[in-house]
Design a protein around this ligand. Structure first.
Ligand SMILES: Nc1ncnc2c1ncn2[C@@H]1O[C@H](COP(=O)(O)OP(=O)(O)OP(=O)(O)O)[C@@H](O)[C@H]1O
Ligand SMILES: [Mg+2]
Length: 404
């Protein structure tokens, strides 16, 4: 399906382009981000690229088919993909992001061993690193930065966390650094950092009151944990903010392409719309929109109304064959209506975002959990687009990429 005037999304060209170094699959919860990331990574490896896909919370069976048995921050070969990629010289590795481990590694890399241990054992740190809203998004970006730095792959495909809103991924680094730099944390850590007696005298009284209030709300032990944590974090403090900025900047570079995934449903498309606007205002390079799990009509020439009319003429009280034919006609009528509704939604999106390239992927009969199903999704994603349109899409993509 290409909706109305929207240019078709040429993903075959995107993955074949050696300048494409990072593809980020974003979208609302449950729309198919993990599936698209894995399928596109496989397609890119089949096209000859050296690819790593970073998945986040993949379904167990999908993880197994990618050769991933547990959370693991280390990319591993996908043995079952070797046969599919051998001819092209491409290679596929996959990993499952371990959010807590990534956080721990940052702490270990940026502080003395004794201090690192102090932070890692701190209950406040443990709570923050495993459950603070946005930690997963932030750590996904961190890991992306680390993978990119190694230079081991020429294409990194990034899945994003199952947040309610796709925007969470982009907001995470700033939210995280705002938090670490926030008023409460600064106040709590002020005595340790300021050191001077005069300063302490001035703020001391205020802090004592503040401390008492916090103490009441949160309890003394937590306050102590936070204080110790922030004290220990002191040396890393500026580091966090810089890293958040650096990873954010990486996403704005010309070699990055965002792919927004949406289901053909009003909420998911509304979410996709916000996200597309946000990418454009942040000058982030958008490749296009993948409309996942569409239901194309099996016999587009036969309208829902005519199918229903024909079904009515066949039943009731007729032969078994007629009854069967009537039910098939009714299934077709239902499917045509779904198709028409999905096309309406796609056209509405296209008229609001006429420059955004679009491609749709049909709903498979079953969940996409093995390599063969991924390969089929990959084939849908990368079927070539007509040459005339192709030039148009490429030009449009280039036009939304900021110059370096
Ligand atoms: N085109 C498709 N046809 C059939 N099933 C699909 C298709 N795309 C995705 N699925 C299935 O839908 C489910 C959700 O997909 P997926 O896990 O990729 O979504 P997600 O956006 O990553 O979800 P979350 O936000 O929870 O991370 C999975 O069971 C997957 O196999
Ligand atoms: Mg997912």
């Amino acid at each position: 399906m290409t909706a109305g005037s929207s240019p078709p999304l040429d993903l075959a060209a995107l993955i074949a382009d050696p300048d494409t170094r990072i593809i980020v699959c974003c979208g609302a919860g449950g729309v198919g981000k993990t599936t698209m990331s894995a399928a596109l990574a496989l397609a890119a490896a089949q096209a000859g690229r050296q690819v790593v896909v970073m998945t986040i919370d993949p379904a167990r069976r999908l993880a197994q088919s990618l050769g991933l048995e547990r959370l693991d921050n280390t990319p591993r070969d996908v043995p079952a993909a070797a046969e599919l990629t051998a001819a092209s010289g491409g290679h596929l590795q996959a990993m499952m992001l371990d959010m807590k481990r990534t956080f721990d590694e940052i702490v270990e890399a940026h502080s003395e061993p004794a201090r690192a241990r102090q932070i890692l054992e701190n209950p406040f740190y443990q709570a923050l690193s495993s459950s603070f809203a946005g930690t997963q998004e932030y750590m996904a970006m961190e890991k992306l930065g680390q993978l990119r730095e190694t230079g081991n792959w020429d294409l990194i495909v990034v899945d994003t966390p199952p947040s309610r809103s796709a925007l969470d991924f982009l907001d995470a680094p700033h939210r995280m650094s705002r938090f670490l730099d926030g008023t409460m944390i600064r106040l709590l850590s002020a005595p340790g950092r300021a050191g001077g007696r005069v300063y302490l005298k001035v703020v001391g009284a205020g802090l004592a009151i503040f401390g008492r209030i916090i103490n009441k709300i949160l309890g003394g032990q937590l306050l102590k944990d936070v204080s110790h944590f922030v004290g220990a974090l002191d040396t890393m403090f500026g580091g966090f903010r810089q890293r958040a900025q650096a990873t954010y900047d990486l996403l704005r570079q010309p070699g990055t392409a965002f792919l927004v995934v949406a289901a053909p449903e009003p909420d998911a498309l509304r979410e996709a719309s916000y996200f597309v606007d946000r990418l454009s205002s942040d000058q982030m390079p958008l490749a296009g929109l993948v409309l996942n799990r569409v239901h194309p009509s099996t016999a587009p020439g036969l309208s829902a109304g005519r199918a229903e009319g024909a079904a009515e003429n066949l039943s009731p009280g007729n032969s078994r064959n007629d009854v069967l034919a009537a039910s098939l006609l009714l299934v077709h009528a239902q499917r045509s209506r779904t198709d028409a509704q999905e096309q309406r939604l796609a056209r509405r999106f296209a008229s609001a975002h006429p420059d955004v390239a679009l491609r749709s992927v049909p709903a498979a009969a079953q969940d996409v959990h093995d390599l063969d199903a991924l390969r089929q999704i990959g084939a849908h994603l990368t079927t070539p687009v007509p040459p005339l349109r192709k030039t148009k899409t490429r030009a449009k993509r280039a036009s939304v990429r900021p110059t370096a």
